[in-house]
Design a protein. Structure first.
Length: 82
């Protein structure tokens, strides 16, 4: 188990400090993208897979193209009490 420190970054953000030895073991470096996911035991950090990146790319494309439909669906869902 490793205890990590949160530090203030700018006015509205907080960063997580990862020790060098942990970065080496994870093969991570500054600027890498990591995925924060809820798990059965809390949360986990991992490197996104190529499949995940492709799914996110497709999802973003759909959201850009169909934002009006998605917005209408979101509004209709909040109005339905069932």
């Amino acid at each position: 188990m490793t205890i990590l420190q949160l530090t203030q970054v700018g006015e509205d953000s907080v960063g997580l400090i990862l020790p060098e030895e942990l970065l080496v073991r994870l093969n991570w470096k500054a600027g890498d993208t990591v995925l924060l996911a809820k798990s059965a035991n809390g949360f986990s950090l991992s490197r996104p897979t190529d499949d995940f990146e492709e799914q996110m790319k497709i999802g973003r494309k759909i959201m850009r193209k169909r934002w009006g439909v998605l917005r209408a669906l979101a509004k209709s869902d909040t109005q339905d009490p069932s």
